[in-house]
Design a protein around this ligand. Structure first.
Ligand code: PLP
Length: 392
């Protein structure tokens, strides 16, 4: 089985670029340029230097002694929560902003739901002195006020999307409309391993720094570069793609992707795409998504804004269908419980998204001595309001 994208932009049955005719020019320009630029020595030198001195990489691989004792195995946490801006998203925005500059683009657009990708984009635009416009649903602007304030302080313009349900998919439509209207100077910066080819491949390559470091760090700490299991949460799937990337073809490493069950898969409040979804097209790529019989996208739900997405990227759809990765669902309540567990056992307050990955530890049986890496995608500052509401 092959887990890298083919020259048509597909992972098995999934991927491709299902886009309006009027976007062909923009997507072709990106497709023809991205690999040459991002694999060049000069790009890699600049990218790695910013990851080191601006983002703060490499992020530590921390041996979680107390969690290990509880689950009777060896658990390491990959500390993406320690990155600048508090999550893995900056790995990707740094990469794409450098690419945009090399392609001569001067205006950056993005769409955001929870606001985390908007903040990571506004951050790198400030750093590079580029104009930044972030589309965001009116409902999300209301719900995510602290991130809106951050984006504005960073100098971005936040444009409300007021059509439809006024959430992420409406913001995405607005961003696409903008890109069609501004094909020459504008770069569309996508925040996960979603969207038309080449975005899923490009974002996975930028997030692959996570598993590149993991291999080196495990070798130093355990004498082997391969763990037995890697666990990561999946919204669109970028932190999981990064944590899995260098292990995709190593069959002995079990890959475990964790989705948000929300209130439960049998309620209408869930974001468990692989359990509830079917094959279809979302955001320009063929993948698995939650939709009704007429092909209308179902509004997802999760307590965690970053996992509240109705699809998964095409790589993950392929990993699911081919059974290369195992998909596990975790409810809001289970994630909250896990957030308190890791906070009180290890002194680390995780993002609610990352707490879903921690909660999966309850649902897996481990052999003693098994080596497990949990990707801690982000930190919990942004979720303190939710956590304190649930404080017993
Ligand atoms: C955005 C986000 C996610 C979900 O996005 P992926 O593309 O699936 O990684 C997970 N964790 C954190 C902390 C996030 O901010």
């Amino acid at each position: 089985m092959n887990y890298t994208v083919n020259n048509k932009g597909f992972y098995g049955d999934f991927g491709g670029a299902f886009i309006p005719e009027m976007l062909h020019h923009n997507i072709n320009e990106l497709k023809e340029n991205y690999l040459g630029i991002i694999t060049s020595d000069s790009f890699q030198k600049e990218y790695k230097s910013l990851l080191k001195d601006y983002v703060g990489r490499p992020t530590p691989l921390f041996f979680a002694k107390n969690l290990s004792k509880k689950y009777n195995c060896t658990i390491y946490l990959k500390r993406e929560d320690l990155n600048h801006t508090g999550a893995h998203k900056i790995n990707n925005t740094i990469g794409q902003i450098l690419l945009a500059k090399k392609m001569g683009k001067t205006r950056i657009i993005a769409e955001t739901g929870a606001g985390q990708h908007g903040v990571a984009t506004a951050t790198v635009c400030a750093l590079m002195n580029l104009k930044c416009i972030v589309y965001m649903g009116e409902v999300d602007i209301e719900r995510q006020a602290p991130n809106v304030a951050r984006m504005k302080m960073l100098g971005a313009e936040v444009r409300p999307a007021s059509s439809g349900s006024k959430t992420l998919k409406d913001a995405t439509n607005e961003a696409i409309r903008d890109w069609i209207a501004n094909p020459v100077d504008t770069y569309y910066l996508i925040g996960s391993v979603v969207g038309p080819h080449p975005y899923p491949d490009m974002v996975a390559r930028f997030q692959a720094i996570i598993s590149e470091e993991m291999q080196q760090q495990l070798l130093v700490k355990t004498g082997k570069k391969n763990p037995d299991k890697i666990i990561a949460c999946v919204g669109g799937g970028s932190n999981a793609a990064g944590a899995f990337y260098h292990y995709l073809n190593t069959a002995s490493v079990q890959l475990i992707a964790v989705e948000a069950d929300g209130l439960g898969v049998h309620t209408s409040k869930s974001a468990a795409t692989t359990q509830l979804g079917s094959e279809g097209i979302i955001h320009g790529s063929k993948t698995i998504l939650m939709q009704n019989k007429e092909g209308q996208i179902t509004e997802p739900y999760s307590i965690s804004a970053g996992l509240d997405y109705p699809g998964i990227g095409p790589l993950h759809a392929h990993l699911f269908k081919s059974s290369r990765a195992q998909f596990i669902g975790v409810t809001d309540q289970e994630a909250l419980k896990a957030a308190y567990l890791i906070t009180q056992k290890e002194g680390i307050i995780p993002a609610l998204e990352s707490a879903h990955a921690i909660a999966a530890l309850e649902k897996i049986s481990f052999k003693p001595k098994e080596c497990v890496v949990v990707n801690l995608s982000g930190r919990g500052d942004k979720d303190m309001k939710t956590y304190s509401t649930y404080l017993k």
